[in-house]
Design a protein around this ligand. Sequence first.
Ligand SMILES: [Zn+2]
Length: 126
Amino acid sequence: MALTKSDIELFDKAKAVIKRNFDDKMWNHTIGAAVRCKNGKVYLGVNCDGVHGSCAEYIAIGAAITAGEREFDSIVAVYGKGTDCQIAPPCGNCRQMLLEYAPDIRVIVTEEKSIGIKELLPYPYL
Ligand SMILES: [Zn+2]
């Protein structure tokens, strides 16, 4: 599916959150994510690297769930800072998590396209 105006806004929010937090000294925060809920609210996250680190998608979904959200519309993650941000499709672990928490979510995978999580992970672990 081609990106909508709200998808591009979500992409801009993910870029802004990693631009504010990009860590080019310890490299602990290099990816930002933004998830839009079905009610239109947006929650943000950045990855937290470490022995048991977490991807930005987990942090964003966790922030949304902490706020009481349970229904998700779209998510995007970006790598980089400033104007160098590029979309980072979710890792395998995040694909499984998204399928479990948000089986109808659309994932923005390029600057032109989003696809459903079931299409992104056609043979999930169950
Ligand atoms: Zn991940």
